[in-house]
Design a protein around this ligand. Structure first.
Ligand code: NAI
Length: 442
């Protein structure tokens, strides 16, 4: 939905919710609540699907009295998901899924105006980050929501007491890397409750990962550097859903795109899409901008730094801060200096400068505002419906990683199309019969 069609109010700026402050929170500055609330309302206007779900939840109260522990990036879009859970009757405790991603005004608004307990401060150190995860677990959540599986892995590593007597009904996981970790937990026979892998919904990964990250990763790079992409060589490591979106948008901005892959099918896909495909070191030698989006560690490392061009921009749009070997980069640097917000310049012994963005953390969240609300609408509609599904099916779901049921996925697409005023055809009876019969050969 375009902002011009947004629901607006002449009397109050921001969202209308009971000003009920929960007992314990740890945020930077509650005085930022009004500014945060105005931004939450702006995002809400672009999230019609989640809003429709929230209105239904307010009537049906599927989470009445349920304690929900949420570990997601503390952004305006997450705030609207939290509001949706609270409208459904949940008591929500929220922490960040990454220390640099918290928007302090949003955290304040959630506490002051929406009744969530929030433990998140922008730029918190790792000790505080984990203390905040602990604080959420202290609320003994019955449902978890993760982006990267930090809550669930902490529960299984140090808080197995929370698993006793079916204490946790289930959880949802937002992103690719989290699903990888949870499948590993399942394979080890240790997963203690059912998880719905929201990332595997088609209406999540096809749109959020591809078009959302594709746009917002470049947004982060542009905000941090103000560089012109046209005519530059942009190297994309990983041609999965995120990498495809980044490559597509970089190409659209006039860049010459080089793709690096380890999966032969995806490498071939990139080649036939018209990109140059090269091994990482060869690509690093010619890149003006290098972007990782693999979910893997040490994708850019010592041998890449050895050949990178003077002035190259390096950033990560994939997982946490592990995709570039930062320890090696620091070791190689004769000097490090902050040249702009989010740009740390590493001057190597031979004088070459490598500009690392956002400390190697996820650039679209750290240097911009994360994925646009319109795309997070679909992802978080899936989150909300998956949470409802977990609660309704708690008795029957096994402690495994489950996909999002197809009907939910289709429902999110239908609602999104309706919000965009797009109509589509339906199969005729004859077509449906033709597509389901084996006897008709022609
Ligand atoms: P994906 O699994 O579709 O794609 C990852 C690709 O990276 C695969 O094709 C894989 O073969 C490739 N790869 C792995 N190791 C590599 C290496 N050493 N060199 C080159 N290529 C390598 O995953 P998707 O959905 O694209 O997600 C990628 C990462 O981005 C994950 O960590 C995910 O959690 C994260 N993510 C970040 C978002 C953001 O807002 N920044 C949004 C959604 C996902």
């Amino acid at each position: 939905m375009s902002p011009s069609r947004a629901r607006t109010s002449r009397i109050t700026i921001g969202t209308r919710a009971p000003p009920r402050r929960p007992r314990a929170s740890d945020v930077a500055d509650l005085g930022l609540a009004e500014a945060g609330d105005a931004r939450i309302a702006w995002a809400d206007a672009q999230m019609p699907v989640l809003r429709a779900i929230r209105e239904r939840f307010a009537r049906e109260r599927p989470f009445a009295g349920l304690r929900v522990g949420v570990c997601l990036h503390v952004t305006t879009e997450t705030a609207n998901l939290v509001r949706t859970l609270i409208a459904g009757g949940a008591q929500v405790a929220l922490c960040a899924a990454n220390p640099l991603d918290t928007q302090d005004d949003v955290a304040a608004a959630l506490v002051e105006r929406h009744g969530a307990a929030v433990h998140a401060i922008h730029g918190e150190d790792m000790a505080t980050y984990y203390r905040h995860i602990e604080a959420v677990l202290e609320t003994r959540p019955q449902l978890t929501m993760d982006d990267g599986a930090d809550l669930v892995s902490t529960i299984h590593a140090t808080r197995t007491d929370l698993l006793a007597d079916g204490g946790i009904l289930g959880g949802t996981e937002e992103t690719t890397s989290g699903v990888v970790r949870l499948r590993a937990l399942e394979a080890a026979g240790q997963l203690g409750f059912p998880i719905v892998a929201v990332n595997e919904a088609r209406t999540k990964r096809l749109f959020d990962n591809r078009y959302g990250t594709g746009q917002s990763a470049l947004d982060g790079i542009l905000r941090a550097t103000n560089m012109l992409l046209a005519g530059r060589v942009v190297v994309v490591f990983g041609y999965g859903w995120c990498g495809q979106g980044i490559a597509l948008r970089a190409k659209g901005a006039g860049a010459q795109v080089v793709v690096c892959e380890v999966d032969p099918v995806r490498a071939l896909e990139a080649k036939l899409e018209g990109y140059e495909v090269l091994p990482g070191v060869a690509a690093a030698a010619k890149g003006d901008v290098l972007i990782t989006a693999t979910g893997n560690r040490d994708v850019v490392r010592r041998e890449h730094y050895a050949v990178m061009r003077d002035g190259a921009v390096l950033c990560n749009a994939g997982h946490f801060d592990v995709e570039c070997d930062l320890a090696a980069l620091r070791e190689l640097a004769a000097e490090r200096r902050q040249v702009r917000p989010h740009v740390e310049q590493h001057v190597l012994a031979d004088g070459r400068r490598i500009n690392l963005l956002a400390e190697g953390r996820v650039v679209n969240l750290a240097a911009a505002e994360g994925n646009p609300a319109a795309v997070m609408d679909m992802s978080f509609a899936n989150q909300a419906l998956a949470a409802e599904h977990l609660v309704r099916s708690a008795e029957t779901l096994e402690a495994r990683v489950h996909g999002v049921p197809h009907e939910l996925d289709d429902e999110v697409a239908r609602l999104t199309l309706a919000a965009l005023s797009v109509e589509i055809d339906a199969l005729t009876d004859a077509q449906r019969a033709y597509l389901t019969a084996w006897e008709q050969g022609t």
